[in-house]
Design a protein around this ligand. Sequence first.
Ligand code: MN
Length: 203
Amino acid sequence: MSEHSEPELPELPYDYDALEPHISEQVVTWHHDTHHQGYVNGLASAEETLADNREAGDFGSSGGAMRSVTHNGAGHYLHTLFWENMHPNGGGEPEGDLRDRIEEDFGSYEGWKGEFEAAAGAAGGWALLVYDPVAKQLRNVVVDKHDQGALWGSHPILALDVWEHSYYYDYGPDRGSFIDAFFEVVNWDKVADEYQTCLGHFE
Ligand code: MN
């Protein structure tokens, strides 16, 4: 039998106050310790329900539990990427192979960025930059909640959380200012690593 790992809250790759003034220590603390932890707990609990039901041969609550796995699992995975794709020394613009690919697939960096910002304005959950292994291209994707609007098979390489818990305390209803602040802390080195991983898997 293959080993599967229990869901676990990853430690932040920087201090809670490291993203100030763009994202406050208070928001990072609530967001990581309460919200992200909640998705980890929800995933673990739903997996336990599924295992118990298989053991008992009673699948009455399994449908809801599977729905909970995708909601909480997607929340856990996207938050993990979100923390990693920010850094206090981030910002600027992508370089190298990733920059070339963005220009190839979106016409220009500005064309990509304007579209990504539109995704972040429209989403009821997340704006994602993904690698689509079927079309073999990068795409921006609008995601509601954590898992509604996903493009099957695509691999997210940059995630921006636009749930209200992500910005309301710092920016109120001004989501646009939060999106601008996010670009001051994007860890493009990490995004480039994720892109290279996709190339290794899919191209
Ligand atoms: Mn969140």
